[in-house]
Design a binder for this molecule. Structure first.
Ligand code: HEM
Length: 292
């Protein structure tokens, strides 16, 4: 976990130039020099898990992604062009692990900050949880359609967190023409998600944390095409559905039982990211979780 957090922080922090001038930066001192070491640590952790799984594998009853991949590797072992190799297994697991943990936990941490900064929003979410779910059972995904304000608040948390402002780089596989520009094959392109998420033409109140950005006049949830924290197009985030489920369940379950309370006045709760580069990292803060 610490390796993932450290890695995420380091690639988001000082080496903002990392993406643009990677080879040059390896000669410059700084925390980015830890990146290969942290990546190596995560990779050896996963290699260990793969070895454990291989040792205890029962092909008739796969336990997880690694087992399923190992079974497919065995099936394709005589195919010289197979993609099911040990290296691909380690790197794909690393990708899922890395892409699926820090993203959701950073969004939740940002979410608690925004809610403490705007206690009236937190109160309205709690009211909705009380009305739809009550206190006798845990929130379930089937509650989501009945909870437009909560849905809008989670969208607003994601919009304001702006977690991957420049998305991940995409490399052109062929020449492309875009709005009068020729973009050559091999060029790295950064689809800047931040500009869509903060677009004043698309959101009523883009500068502020305001769930109203996702509500219509009747207080019903309103989709918005500019909402693209998971990117857009064919390479859109593989984990979007999972992430949205996690954010809804974690946040509603926390707020059903506990009220996040700042140690000082709400307007002093920090919301400026600790790092803002590849990813935005929420600032560190202390809070009290007060039982309802
Ligand atoms: C709030 C949470 C999350 C955000 C904001 C987010 C955002 C993104 C973005 C912007 C991309 C790049 C898409 C592109 O290349 O255009 C991406 C890719 C990806 N995400 Fe997520 N993600 C989140 C959670 C997750 C979760 C929970 C998983 C599940 C394991 C996941 C797995 C992936 C994977 C595997 C890719 C690479 C897909 C590919 O290259 O084909 N993400 N994500």
């Amino acid at each position: 976990f610490w390796a993932i957090l450290g890695y995420f922080r380091d690639i988001s922090g000082s080496p903002k130039l990392y993406d643009m001038a990677e080879s040059f930066l390896w000669f410059v001192p700084g925390p980015h020099l830890r990146i290969p070491r942290l990546l190596g640590k995560m990779r050896s952790f996963i290699a260990r898990r793969v070895r454990d799984n291989a040792r205890t594998l029962d092909p008739s009853s796969p336990r997880d992604f690694i087992d399923a991949f190992l079974i497919q590797m065995e099936k394709e072992k005589d195919n010289p062009n197979t993609e099911f190799t040990l290296e691909n297994l380690e790197l794909t697991t690393l990708n899922l692990f890395f892409a699926g943990t820090e993203t959701v936990s950073s969004t939740l941490r940002f979410g608690l900050l925004f809610l403490m900064r705007h206690p009236h929003v937190e109160e309205k979410v709690f009211q909705e949880i009380s009305r739809v779910v009550g206190s006798g059972r845990a929130p379930a995904l089937t509650d989501r359609p009945q909870m437009p304000f909560t849905e809008a608040t989670i969208h607003e948390i994601q919009r304001c967190s702006d977690l991957l402002p420049m998305n991940v780089p995409h490399r052109l596989t062929r020449d492309a023409d875009f709005r009068g520009y020729r973009i050559p094959k091999g060029m790295d392109v950064y689809p800047v998600l931040s500009s869509a998420l903060n677009d004043p033409k698309s959101f009523k109140n883009p500068q502020n944390f305001d769930p109203g950005n996702f509500l219509d006049e009747q207080g019903q949830f309103q989709r918005n095409e500019a909402f693209m924290p998971f990117s857009a197009g064919k390479r859109l985030c593989l984990g979007e559905g999972l992430a949205r489920m996690e954010l809804f369940l974690f946040l509603t379950t926390i707020l059903q039982r506990l009220r996040p309370q700042p140690l000082g006045p709400p307007e002093e709760v920090p919301t400026t990211p600790l790092e803002s580069g590849f990813a935005k990292i929420p600032p560190r803060y202390e809070l009290r979780m007060v039982p309802r």
